[in-house]
Design a protein around this ligand. Sequence first.
Ligand code: ADP
Ligand code: MG
Length: 404
Amino acid sequence: MATVISGLKGIKTVRDFELEGKVVFLRLDLNVPMENGKITDQNRIVASLPTIKYCMEKGAKLVLASHLGRPKTKDDKEFSLEPVAKALQEHLDAEVILIEEPDSDAPVHLLPSLKKNQLLLLENVRFEEGETQDSNEFAQKIANYADIYINDAFGASHRAHATIHALPMIMKEKGIGLLIEKEINMLDSLLQNPKRPYIAVMGGSKVSDKIAVIERLMDVVDGFIIGGAMAYTFLKAQGHPVGKSLVEKDKVKYAKEMIERIQARDKTILFPVDHVATKSIKDTENAHTTKDVVIAEDEMAVDIGPQTIRNFSAALKAAGTIFWNGPMGVFETPAFSKGTFSIAKAIAESEAIKIVGGGDSAAAAEASGFAGQMTHISTGGGASLEYLQGDKLPGLEVLRVRIR
Ligand code: ADP
Ligand code: MG
């Protein structure tokens, strides 16, 4: 086993700085889902509060920033952070002043007289086209008034954008917030000395999205549980009839080799033995449970079946560590959500350290009602998978300044 190296080696945290009277630029991930101008899930806002509060308590002058969605122009007002500013104001019991142009000089003028219970929030940084271009010019505008740069936007740290990458490149004082610190420590616990047995529950739509993660985890876990659409590429590789289920044809051979390599390492790998099948994803009426692993030619599997739920749940019961990425079925449709929610329940009820990664998996955990019983649900879908598969996150790498 490789020596233990923390993913945070050489990176300062917000606790390492003297904050009193300093201007702290705090990059957050406040990219919350919205419908008709209303925030439908405040998780990312709530997860950002500890670092904001810490900075406020220590007497920092705060400039907060985040992206929201993918606006095309500055006038895409549906991507305004205004509702987020309101929500923050309520959570913090402080005045949040929204700066309309993210590259504006307004902070330079407002900061000297900022009161203790006031903070600045830049409008959606993606309103400024320099953001996604990792622009030095945009970064310099911010560097002109910021003393300390803190990144707590875990969900955006896999992107080399200006407020994630170009800005800390030119800042001398820089580090991470409390959320990223927790995220990385949690993900590191999945790679280094995990409590055994360690089971990875993988599902979701595509094998190709998850190959790198499975490859990395193959040497660390004791077993895999495979469900969701990706299971059908594996079942096909084993010669089972999968009907019209989602299969990535160009990955079948690879899936076959993968099973062999996992078994050669003496690790277990469980697949669905029955399914909820129907004619199409929209057809809830003709949905039924198959009697075994076979899926009819004109049908597709949209969820795992009851025997599979029992098998998977039994395997999870004795686990010491569980990593869950990928729903077991089309959980967004209530008729096809039972498999995913039952597995969420089995994970919640096990005594294991249980960590959920992936955007849809986090949503599924929430929808299942068992989110509160998980050890950790990552706020960064793509970022958590990229980190686990061993990729370097640009937003983290740029912060490594010292050896500790
Ligand atoms: P995550 O975001 O957690 O990494 P993915 O994006 O890989 O997860 O997969 C989530 C999607 O997979 C969900 O939208 C779900 O509907 C879909 N899915 C799961 N099982 C199936 C299936 N059997 N057939 C079609 N789609 C599926
Ligand atoms: Mg997804």
